[in-house]
Design a protein around this ligand. Sequence first.
Ligand code: AMP
Length: 193
Amino acid sequence: MKNIVIFGAPGSGKGTYSEAIVEKYNLGHISTGDVLRAEIKNGSELGKIAQGYIDNGQLIPDDLMIDILAATYDKLPKGQGVIFDGFPRTIAQAEALKTMLAARGDEMGMMIELIVDEQVLMDRLLKRATEQGRADDNKETIQKRFDVYRKQTAPLSQWFQEEGLRQTFSWSELKSKEGMIEAIFQAIDKANA
Ligand code: AMP
């Protein structure tokens, strides 16, 4: 199975669709947000550093994030394929991921971009706040995360396009979770055929 990067704004459904993909294709799953939240829960040094950034809606510095990503990747079984969920979020991270994979004889196989209107994203994240109680799902921090996404992460979409890896899936066209999943599965099947 080819490695997959799942890409989109906060609340676009990266976690949800990653889970569906992992279940069907049995890929390894790296969610950098989950890795950081686990470190915070454990009270580790890394968790203490990460917390300040997350609570402010800011990105963890690239150097630190790249080291965490490589260490997490190397713990997964080889050759199974991995879905990267929430990484890369900057061009520097994307370049580092490409280099890190190449050094191991691997590569990014495809990028799935989830496109969702900002108002829909805000509604979903506020709903998630009441359901999951994530500290960074409050209106002020969400707005900051959107700003960070627009400035630092969204430009990466073009980077993936230039690498010939980008495939886009738009909520306003597909209109349902089931419709999104079906279209994504078809694209994965095609990429691996
Ligand atoms: P997520 O669960 O993917 O929405 O991530 C939650 C928060 O963790 C983000 O708002 C960032 O503060 C931090 N984070 C997760 N992944 C990354 C990354 N690749 N680079 C920098 N910060 C990250």
